[in-house]
Design a protein around this ligand. Structure first.
Ligand code: ZN
Length: 149
């Protein structure tokens, strides 16, 4: 695995709409592994491929245990072509972004979301998330559409 260079606000790749991953193959798995290492190295909870300079619909997420301040387990995902298919409710909280270091902002989000995606075996999965995990998924999926909070 390798730590990749994170792109910062002002880099045009961050404002592009990313392309669909046609097939989850070994190169996609390796890229997800490298993104994973890059996210951990930067102490982040999520990273999207445009943030390392690739316009592809691929995200990694690691929400640590107890992130919501309760008994939540750790959540980890490597997702290709993630898409929000349902969302409910409202929440708003402070978010940071590895591509905008030093800045945090309060962002309105859905309280819960259902995300459809492919896992790293190419299988279609659905994730139901609420609270902070839902926020992280919405933030990373926004990156794939060129949206920074
Ligand atoms: Zn971000």
């Amino acid at each position: 695995m390798a730590v990749l260079k994170i792109r910062f606000e002002g880099d045009p790749i961050l404002r592009q709409k990313a392309n669909k991953v046609p097939k989850v193959d070994a190169s996609v798995q390796k890229l997800a592994d490298d993104m994973w290492e890059t996210m951990l190295d930067a102490d982040g909870v999520g990273l999207a491929a445009p943030q390392i300079g690739l316009a592809r619909r691929l995200i990694v997420v690691r929400v640590p245990q107890g992130y919501d301040g309760d008994d939540d387990p750790e959540y980890t995902f490597r997702l290709a072509n993630p898409e929000i298919v349902k969302s409910f409710g409202e929440q708003s909280g402070i978010e940071g972004c590895l591509s905008i270091p030093g800045w945090i902002g309060e962002v309105p989000r859905a309280e819960s979301v259902t995300v459809k995606a492919q896992d790293m075996t190419g299988r279609q999965i659905r994730i139901k998330a609420s609270g902070r995990l839902a926020v992280v998924l919405q933030h990373e999926i926004d990156h794939l559409d060129g949206i920074l909070y």
